[in-house]
Design a protein. Structure first.
Length: 536
């Protein structure tokens, strides 16, 4: 599977072709991520539209690579630098290909400078929400109001060269005389259409993709969903299905597919949530959205004791992953027998299968990146995995098309092995309790401070490090808790999230105050690479 595009060699082009076949599309967009904290929101917006967008590494992708791929359109994100003082390693020859470009903030300034415009520091910086006034009709603003709210976060402005008749000023704000512009096939905005504060942002992305770039292939999420529902209906008939449910986007989408396939008949679907190495946030979402529903019976199985026994003596991450799989499988099979189910359903994606060493039978050797908890378990019953031809965003689009609540679809990713990979060394009951409480504090505070949606993923890890602490008049030895948060577009090349320093200190105080065993809190500041997102 494609991660972040770094070249267009024969192997990569083959992988792109494979993924386009999975997504049933012949069209591709490139998103050059230039370092904005909102980059992942651009990817989410394009996912909602159903177009295939690949994230490109601006340091490595050159004119020749883009020429081989020939995307329908290119999007340049915002970023923290100034083009006149911190030159970006971007191949500006890409602009000469004639492919439509949408530059956002820094991305706009990048192409503007490349055609001879002056980019300089503005007299007034613009942050937060401002009123945008559209000056000239443009396909970028089809179905948008002429005056609308937009979010701006910049200090630099674009000044066009005098006499350049091809440069069109499309919109302005109070402090930005050029808040949107066009030069031939290059479009640029000084605001961020990817955030919810920009009222017509999603419409602008739709206009760029389908009006300006002329895209025709929209991932047919509704059509695909209907086909999957019909296939499930035909295979299941009047039988019962047991569903492994986690509260995340994938299993939630499968739940709603089953709901439609079984026509919401009571007594046909049983959802099993396995407790023990989970987080409080997971259980809370499962209860909120799946408990006391007529169309699904929900059961929460507390497997803490079984997990602890299986994990006893296991200290390596791969060893712990294998151990938890056995418990996971045994519980699902037992619950299926009790329910009288003929099928066990899971939210398995093609990505899970591929990373576990499976996928298309091409004869090529595939590495096992990591062993997923939901792949090749060898159930005694027929397994239903209706999303096994999907990747994360296409699965989410199917969920959106059939009414899965957005809160479930956009939750932070969480690994199937749960807290097993967020605890160093052997798993104990005390470590599980500490890990669960630390995660609860972090996630709750991110939500309270409106930071949850600004990061791609965050977590807390119980390390093996011990530090001396002093709490009040007492002194002792306590465990070091490591917290982390990342900004990312697709999870493959995330950067450390620069959370407000006061917020980080708040988390430290909360964890050390509320968890007696916690002696200190550290914040991980490594990007991926070299680090990975999860500890193990």
């Amino acid at each position: 599977m494609i991660t972040t595009l770094k070249n267009a060699n024969e192997k990569t082009l083959g992988e792109i072709k494979e993924e386009m076949e999975i997504r049933k599309t012949k069209e591709l967009f490139l998103l050059f991520s230039l370092g904005s904290q909102f980059d992942h929101l651009i990817k989410q917006a394009l996912d909602k539209l159903g177009v295939f967008c690949l994230v490109a590494d601006s340091n490595k992708i050159k004119f020749e690579d883009v020429y081989k791929i020939m995307p329908k359109g290119i999007i340049l994100s915002g970023g923290p630098v100034s083009v006149y003082s911190d030159p970006l390693p971007f191949d500006e020859k890409i602009f000469s290909l004639g492919i439509p470009v949408l530059g956002i903030c820094l991305g706009f300034q990048l192409w503007a400078q490349s055609i001879g415009c002056l980019v300089r520091k503005g007299e007034k910086k613009e942050f937060s929400t401002h009123e945008l006034q559209v000056l000239e009709p443009s396909p970028l603003f089809y179905s948008c109001e002429k005056v609308m709210s937009v979010l701006e976060s910049h200090g630099d402005i674009v000044v066009p060269l005098s006499g350049n008749t091809h440069f069109e000023i499309l919109a302005l704000t109070e402090n930005s005389p050029i808040a949107a512009a066009r030069f031939k096939h290059l479009y640029g905005v000084q605001f961020h259409p990817e955030v919810t504060e920009t009222t017509y942002g999603l419409q602008m992305f739709e206009n760029f993709c389908f009006e300006i770039c002329g895209a025709n292939d929209r991932y047919p999420a509704m059509d695909v969903a209907k086909q999957k529902i019909n296939n499930l209906m035909e295979e299941i008939g009047e039988k019962k299905v047991l569903l492994a449910i986690s509260g995340g986007s994938d299993s939630s989408t499968v739940a709603y597919l089953l709901k439609e396939a079984l026509r919401s008949q009571p007594g046909k679907i049983k959802g099993v949530y396995i407790k023990g190495i989970d987080r409080p946030d997971d259980e809370a979402y499962v209860l909120e959205y799946f408990d006391n529903k007529e169309w699904i019976e929900l059961k929460i199985v507390d497997a803490t004791f079984e997990y602890l026994n299986a994990l006893q003596g296991k200290s390596t991450m791969p060893g712990k992953r294998v151990a938890m799989r056995g418990i996971y499988k045994a519980i699902l099979e037992n619950e299926a027998r009790e329910f009288g189910a003929s099928f066990i359903a899971q939210g398995t994606l093609y990505t899970d299968i591929s990373e576990s060493g499976g996928g298309y039978n091409t004869g090529a050797k595939k590495a096992q990146i990591k062993l997923h908890h939901n792949v090749n378990l060898g159930f005694s019953l027929k397994e239903l995995t209706p999303l096994d031809d999907c990747v994360k965003d296409s699965g989410r689009n199917i969920g959106r098309s059939i009414g899965v609540p957005e809160d479930l679809l956009v939750r932070h990713p969480f690994p199937g092995p749960g807290l097993v990979v967020r605890i160093e060394g052997e798993i104990t009951a005390d470590k599980l309790r500490i890990a669960r409480k630390a995660d609860e504090i972090l996630i709750k505070k991110l939500r309270q401070h409106n930071l949850y949606n600004s990061v791609w993923q965050a977590g807390a890890v119980v390390t093996n490090s011990i530090t001396t602490y002093s709490k009040g008049d007492d002194a002792g030895n306590g465990v070091v808790i490591a917290i982390w948060a990342v900004w990312s577009v697709n999870g493959f090349t995330p950067q450390v999230a620069e959370l407000p320093w006061e917020f980080v200190k708040l988390i430290s105080r909360e964890i050390t105050n509320e968890i007696p065993e916690a002696g200190a809190v550290v914040y991980r500041v490594s990007d991926k690479p070299p680090a990975t997102i999860e500890w193990g």
